[in-house]
Design a protein around this ligand. Structure first.
Ligand SMILES: [Zn+2]
Length: 69
């Protein structure tokens, strides 16, 4: 094996592209995981009555403060 090949431009470019692709892939996975973990409900706006977040849950839209009010 010729080690000088690893220092060639083509070799470095190949590594860089691979690294960036790997980072992009891992970011996608991380983002989707975080999104799924944190966003159980989609916040669609603010409640006009109490100012709390209006969320879209399994049963539809609703104020996140409806239990307390
Ligand atoms: Zn409300």
């Amino acid at each position: 094996m010729n080690l000088s090949l690893m220092k060639s431009n083509s070799g470095r470019d190949f590594f860089t592209v691979n690294a960036v692709q790997t980072i992009k892939n891992s970011e996608d996975v991380t983002l989707s995981k975080v999104t799924r973990a944190k966003k159980k409900f989609e916040i669609v706006g603010k409640c006009p009555l109490c100012g709390h977040s209006v969320i879209e849950g399994q049963k539809g839209f609703g104020c996140s403060n409806w239990k307390k009010g």
